[in-house]
Write a protein that binds this ligand. Structure first.
Ligand code: HSE
Length: 338
């Protein structure tokens, strides 16, 4: 049995989902992979740090209302950087809140973890959208792994599917529905809800970001396109450089008009490489009902890879939510350690 000590940075919605998912799967991973994961440290921006080098009880974490109620932990005076440097950990799970403008402070956290010789697993889009190429080459230089599956389509393995499985067939273009909040809103508007009512539901269900403007204005999708561009085409283009349009201009009338033309509005993010030039796009498109993307509704996401050898391959699955994102973090952990 191999023990793996995890340090967690950030303890919001995804952090709680991660603890719940890990608790649910711990015995399974012991049995199937002979891997024994435990969380030794959790550091937060506002609620300090808790630490137990032998593992913090996941059962207890799931029942307490605050870290103050935890019984068997030390409470060192560590900020994130000192936790990364000083706690006994093999891997850092970086799930602090995302920032698609400059990626901080997560870029700093990930760099520090890599330079400290730790593997890193993250679902944080900001640092990966803006600096994946730099961070991944730093990880390679330092012989550690950087897991990013949760940054696009949460636990639906869109990135590993492309990079590990489809890549040899020659991926020529990628397009998809990459934001659950927008797809949910468009679906609910078709059923008769107003934009604001639908957005309120998306927030209630935990799909939307804390500030949902990035979702509805297309920035979140642009961040995911930036990740796909770096991972698949080795080209960096920031959301600001690519430009993006969200769904705030789509009216109920637009939706009805699309229906009459056997189409549905979808917020589509895409990237392709043509003669060494990267071409990206993030905007609402009227997709014909004959395309599988048009029939992906609610908070579901989908991605279509066009390949040289295999033609078009479509992957459909959840793209947002706390357990769905936690699933991606576990997929990365298992991939690194199995
Ligand atoms: N707010 C994002 C969405 C979460 O709605 O898709 C997952 O990245």
């Amino acid at each position: 049995m191999k023990n793996v000590k995890i340090g967690v940075v950030g303890y919001g919605n995804v952090g709680k989902g991660f603890v719940q998912a890990l608790n649910q799967k711990t015995d399974f991973y012991r049995k199937i992979y002979q891997l024994n994961f435990f969380i030794t440290a959790i550091v937060t921006k506002n609620n300090g740090c808790v630490y137990n080098p032998n593992g913090i009880s996941l059962d207890e974490l799931l029942t307490v209302n605050s870290f103050a109620e935890l019984s068997d932990v030390e409470r060192p005076d560590w900020n994130t950087i000192s936790m990364i440097q000083q706690a006994e950990t093999d891997v850092i799970v970086e799930i602090s809140s995302t920032n698609l403008i400059n990626g901080e402070p997560a870029v700093l956290h990930i760099r520090e973890a890599i330079l400290s010789g730790k593997n890193v697993v993250t679902s944080n889009k900001g640092p990966i959208a803006l600096h994946y190429k730099m961070l991944n080459s730093l990880a390679n230089q330092n012989n550690v792994k950087l897991g990013i599956e949760g940054t696009v389509m949460s636990g639906t393995p869109s990135l590993r599917f492309a990079k590990d499985l489809l890549f040899p067939s020659g991926i020529t273009s990628v397009r998809g529905i990459l934001n659950g909040t927008c797809n949910f809103i468009l679906t609910e508007m078709e059923k008769g809800l107003s934009f604001n009512e639908a957005l309120a539901h998306a927030q209630e269900f935990g799909y939307a970001e804390t500030d949902p403007s990035g979702d509805i204005e297309g920035l979140d999708t642009a961040g995911k396109v930036a990740i796909l561009s770096q991972l698949i085409f080795d080209e960096k283009q920031t959301p600001a450089e690519m430009g993006y349009e969200g769904i705030t201009g789509i009216t109920v009338e637009d939706i009805q008009m699309a229906k009459k033309e056997n189409c549905r509005w979808k917020l589509i993010g895409s990237v392709k490489k043509v003669q060494n030039h990267i071409i990206t796009s993030v905007k609402p498109e009227m997709v014909p009902l004959s395309n599988p993307l048009a029939n992906v509704n609610g908070s579901m996401n989908a991605i279509q890879y066009e390949t040289d050898l295999l033609g078009m391959v479509t992957l459909i699955g959840p793209g947002a939510g706390r357990m769905e994102t936690a699933a991606a973090l576990l997929e990365d952990l298992i991939t690194i350690y199995k």
